[in-house]
Design a protein around this ligand. Structure first.
Ligand code: ATP
Ligand code: FE2
Length: 355
């Protein structure tokens, strides 16, 4: 069984090939900008222009020819409509071409079904590769910030951002600092340059609070809100009273503490003993460290997939696609034409019939 997965919810066009739960290839190309954020139609154009190259590279890396593909999974939502459409159209095009294909040597009589995959759930399900069995997932990416766990037939959202996704928040903050997109990795570097962190790693490891700049801490029930913190940071940058390093450090300590607090309460509420990280922001080593401390303190275990599976990628779509296919979920024939994208699909709308 070989499944091709297509990811195109936002700035990344990714393709992955999975065979019986094993990732054979995971190739992606990401649309970036020097200044300013993502322009959806430009990102969609990027995906259209790069899709064939990524497809053939994926086949090459996996060491297979295209006639070996049994099914095609694609990200149906949530995401930016123009970007999602590129992924869906390519999935339809490939399914048509690979079904009943005739070469000079062979005639293939197989039909290649499509499998519509929810992007957020794919982030969670690919965590099975880390051996997490029934985790609470802290999913923090560009557009999304959710705490998700399985309960009675669905993946439920236990907490989420009320406004900005953490990654988009970090990227906007980075733009205010004039350090380009994506901002996460650069902010992490700057934060590590704060005198406070240097003090922490010094011999006596005594916590010196002097470089922590007070920021609003906004947790509402199980949800968080980031737009007020962004305004506050902007005012602090404009005042020119603070250095970049300390602002980055203080932002990370504050916002990550909000994420860790809500994730911990979801663990307490569900009684689950595993925390899984997902999404690009989870590449941040300070966030990972804070999650690890929290898990250790409450006897839970932390699972962190490798970076290439944390960020948007096609392998996670193929991985969940294969699980769904094996449980009988597939779209064939005329039904394929009727398939559409779901830009606003919510995690808890999806019937999880494969578990
Ligand atoms: P979505 O999953 O919501 O469609 P996306 O496509 O933006 O969103 P990802 O590829 O998962 O998501 O994540 C990209 C985000 O991760 C960017 O906002 C980027 O700044 C952030 N990011 C990447 N590395 C780090 C890091 N080390 N620290 C903090 N943030 C990071
Ligand atoms: Fe994502």
């Amino acid at each position: 069984m070989i499944v091709l997965g297509i990811e195109s919810t936002a700035h990344t066009f990714g393709m992955g090939i999975v065979k019986n739960g094993k990732i054979l290839s995971n190739i992606k190309k990401t649309y970036t900008t020097e200044t300013g954020g993502i322009i959806p139609v430009e990102a969609a154009k990027h995906h259209f222009q790069n899709k064939n190259e990524i497809y053939f590279e994926s086949l090459d890396k996996a060491g297979i020819t295209e006639d070996k593909i049994d099914a095609i999974a694609f990200s149906q939502g949530p995401g930016l409509a123009p970007c999602l459409i590129e992924g869906l159209n390519f999935a339809k095009e490939l399914s048509k071409r690979l079904s009943n294909s005739t070469t000079s040597l062979t005639t293939t009589l197989k039909k290649i079904p499509l499998i519509p995959v929810n992007h957020c759930i794919a982030h969670l399900e690919v965590g099975r590769l880390t051996n997490a069995k029934d985790p609470v997932m802290l999913y923090t990416s560009g557009a999304n910030t959710q705490i998700i766990a399985y309960s009675s037939g669905k993946y439920r959202i236990f907490g989420e951002t009320l406004d900005l996704g953490t990654g988009n928040f970090i990227d906007t903050f980075a733009r205010f600092l004039g350090i380009g997109f994506p901002g996460g990795p650069k902010i992490q570097q700057l934060a590590e340059g704060s005198e406070q962190v240097q003090a922490l790693s010094s011999k006596n490891r005594e916590r010196e609070e002097k470089n922590y700049i007070e920021l609003p801490y906004v947790v509402k029930g199980m949800d968080i809100s980031l737009s007020g913190i962004l305004t506050n940071l902007k005012q602090k940058i404009d005042s020119k009273k603070y250095n970049k390093e300390d602002l980055c450090y203080s932002m990370q300590e504050t916002v990550f503490a909000m994420l860790v607090e809500t994730a911990e309460r979801a663990l307490a509420h569900t009684g689950k003993k595993e925390l899984l990280l997902g999404g690009g922001v989870a590449c941040n080593s300070r966030l990972q460290e804070m999650c690890k401390i929290m898990c250790e303190e409450r006897g839970a275990k932390l699972f962190v997939p490798e970076n290439s599976l944390l960020v948007d990628n096609g392998a996670m779509i193929a991985y969940l696609g294969e699980i769904m296919f094996k449980s009988g979920i597939k779209i064939l024939g005329k039904e394929i034409e009727k398939l559409d994208i779901k830009p606003r699909q919510r995690t808890d709308e999806v019937e999880v019939s494969w578990k």
